[in-house]
Design a protein around this ligand. Structure first.
Ligand code: ATP
Ligand code: MG
Length: 661
């Protein structure tokens, strides 16, 4: 709400109280506008400038509207919804951010762990890599395979070497794949006599290379990694075929145990996707993909996983482009893989997906909590603001209450003053009345005394004349008495005019008409006094609203006064001018007499004030005339003299000349 509206509302609440900007210095309290119930239009006359009655200014002061009433932005349903939407969007962004952040963290953890596990796997195998080579170069081994020496020495050598190196088994095959010597030569599950010619490691070594192959032992049934090296007869020419193969079997179960104990999920799958090393025994010898009949046949031929029914793991993978996840059974994991080129294996590292979920959920909890906290703090802040506002309002109401109470006291005081002033005024009026009455009585007594004594004298004369029978003289004297009573009647009529009001006959009057008529009525006296008239016609006919006869009376009075004032001087001029002023017509009446003394200016309109000799005037002419003009809503005033003589103005409401008589 704008300040203007606010103000109007404020005003409306105070209705019907009237606003006054400033009453006087005492009522202007702290520069505020004060409500009052009524403004006495009669003020001003007697100095009692204002009368107002207090009322219960504001029924509920705290309900008063002030500037601080501009309501604070409330957390409305819509605003709340908007805020919740913003928060929900923020939370969604945080969710996505936390997820992608969590995923990249998982990715880097997996990459790091895979490198680590690759290292441990490599070192677990590579530490035996020298052994087949070393044994293939051994003199006794070569001699034995060449048939130049016995197997006993070699068996002992292999047994000792196996113990020292910590490998699972060491054995030597002849060029047909038959095991001729083995570290377990003296056990019930000895490899000696077994033919492993079907194993790839034998074939690879016989082809001149180094072999490596993970398989379940065909004799022992224990799995291991077989690494082989060809044995050459040094006595034969270079390029001759190997005469046998040295094989070292490495047990990797310790590694698996280590993984299991570490609580981490690591597994290794071969080129066909068959898991052969795993910290989780349940996944071992399960394939990551369904195995085709050809692959299964190939595996069977090499007896790689002898006695094992290879079945696929119940798994589901995130499709391409999606996050790298895998679901095994009911558990979902992040999958990190590393291809081990030298073995043609895949090293896999799994991280439970719920770790990511935990992270994301944590971020969500934190952001939701922050959001809720934000909403709560907004509500709290708003609550505080409202509280502060209501405190402010209460303070303002209290302040206004104080002002009102003060105002009430002032009003009471003013009312008392007004009563007092009224009394004084009435007393003054009474005194003025009494004074006027005294003046009037004196004037009447004086006016009437003379004719009465004249009548008495005439009456005595009449008695004498009647006694003497002089009837002719008697008639003349009686005529004189009659004249005297007429003049007495004139005096009493004047008094009657003054005291009694007859209703005005208001109608449009051409201003020139009453002036002309008054001149006609006074023609004899004007001419006798030798006074000249200067009456200038207006440029356009001017009409006023008034009573024509009463206006004539006004001008007769003015002419009479002027003639009286100019009596005894040579140049006697009366001038009349008409002027149009906005919605009024002004008639300027001026004479060339002595004018009015400054100290008499305030008195000449007072009834019974006269400077004339007793019997020449009652002092009623101007006061009657001013009263007549005022009744017509006009004003008769003494003008500032611009030259010699007295100047009067009569202002009356202008009328159109239509219907003017
Ligand atoms: N034109 C004038 N020039 C000088 N004095 C004037 C003029 N008109 C009025 N006065 C003064 O004002 C006084 C009051 O005039 P007003 O007409 O009321 O009474 P009056 O003429 O004395 O008596 P009345 O009019 O009752 O016969 C006069 O006595 C006179 O002193
Ligand atoms: Mg007069």
């Amino acid at each position: 709400m704008g300040p203007a509206k606010e103000q109007s509302k404020f005003n409306a609440e105070l209705q019907p109280a009237v606003y006054i900007k400033k009453i006087d210095k005492r009522t202007e309290i702290e520069g505020k506008e004060l409500p009052v119930n009524a403004v006495d239009s009669s003020m001003g006359k007697q100095g009692c400038s204002l009368c107002f009655t207090p009322r219960p200014i504001i029924a509920n002061e705290s309900a008063m509207k002030t500037n601080s009433d501009i309501p604070p932005q409330k957390l409305t349903g819509n605003n709340l919804l908007r805020l919740v939407l913003i928060l929900a969007t923020a939370i969604a962004i945080i969710f996505l951010w936390a997820r992608s952040n969590g995923l990249s963290e998982l990715r880097s953890i997996a990459a790091e762990r895979l490198v680590l596990y690759k290292g441990t796997l490599n070192s677990a195998l590579e530490k035996y890599r020298y052994l087949p080579y070393f044994l293939s170069r051994d003199e006794t081994v070569v001699q034995m395979l060449s048939g130049r020496s016995g197997k006993g020495v070699v068996n002992t050598l292999l047994e000792t070497a196996n113990k020292k190196a910590g490998s699972a088994q060491i054995f030597i095959m002849d060029k047909n794949g038959e095991t001729v010597c083995a570290s377990n030569w003296n056990t019930s599950t000895t490899f000696v006599g077994q033919n492993y010619g079907f194993r790839p490691y034998f074939k690879d070594a016989m082809a001149g290379g180094e072999g490596g192959f993970y398989a379940i032992g065909a004799t022992t049934g224990t799995p291991g990694y077989f690494m082989s090296h060809p044995v050459y007869d040094f006595q034969k020419a270079a390029g001759a075929a190997p005469i046998g193969v040295v094989v070292v079997k490495v047990d990797l179960s310790g590694l698996e145990r280590h993984w299991m104990e570490g609580g981490e999920i690591v597994f290794v799958s071969d080129a066909n996707g068959v898991i052969f090393l795993s910290g989780n025994p349940g996944w071992k010898y399960k394939s990551l993909l369904p195995l085709s009949a050809e692959i299964l046949k190939n595996i069977r031929q090499r007896k790689q996983y002898k006695g094992i029914n290879l079945t696929p793991l119940p798994l589901e993978r995130g499709s391409a482009g999606q996050d790298n996840w895998i679901r095994i059974g009911t558990e979902k994991f992040f999958l990190g893989s590393l291809f081990l080129e030298s073995f043609n294996w895949q090293l896999n590292y799994l991280i439970p997906w719920n770790r990511l979920e935990k992270q994301v959920n944590f971020a969500l909890y934190i952001s939701s909590a922050a959001g809720v906290l934000l909403i709560l703090s907004i509500l709290f802040a708003q609550e505080r603001r409202l509280k502060k506002l209501s405190q402010q309002k209460a303070m303002e109401a209290e302040k206004i209450g104080r002002i009102n109470r003060k105002l009430k006291r002032e009003v009471e005081e003013r009312r008392r003053t007004e009563t007092h002033l009224r009394q004084t005024q009435e007393e003054l009026v009474q005194s003025a009345k009494l004074a006027a009455l005294g003046q009037m009585a004196a004037a009447i007594v004086h006016e009437l005394n003379q004719p009465i004594s004249a009548i008495r004298t005439y009456a005595a004369s009449c008695r004498l004349m009647a006694g003497q029978g002089k009837t002719e003289d008697l008639t003349a004297t009686l005529m004189s008495i009659s004249d005297i009573t007429k003049s007495m009647e004139g005096i009493t009529r004047q008094l009657k005019d003054f005291s009694r009001k007859s209703p005005l006959d208001m109608r449009p009057v051409n201003v020139e008409a009453p002036v002309a008529r008054a001149v006609d009525l006074m023609r004899y006296a004007i001419d006798e006094a030798g006074c000249s008239l200067s009456i200038r016609k207006p440029e356009v006919p001017l009409s006023v609203m008034g009573d024509r006869l009463r206006l004539e009376q006004v001008f007769v009075n003015l002419i009479k006064n002027s003639l009286d004032a100019m009596a005894g001087q040579e140049n006697k001029i009366i001038s009349v001018r008409f002027r149009e002023e906005d919605d009024t017509v002004c008639i300027h009446f001026r004479d060339s007499g002595p004018g009015i003394e400054p100290d008499l200016k305030d008195k000449i309109f007072t009834p019974f004030f006269t400077t004339k000799a007793k019997g020449d005037g009652l002092g009623l002419g101007l006061s009657i005339s001013a009263g007549i003009v005022k009744e017509m809503s006009g004003r008769l005033a003494l003008e500032e003299a611009r030259g010699p003589g007295a100047s009067f103005s009569i202002r009356l409401r202008k009328e159109t000349l239509k219907d003017t008589p």
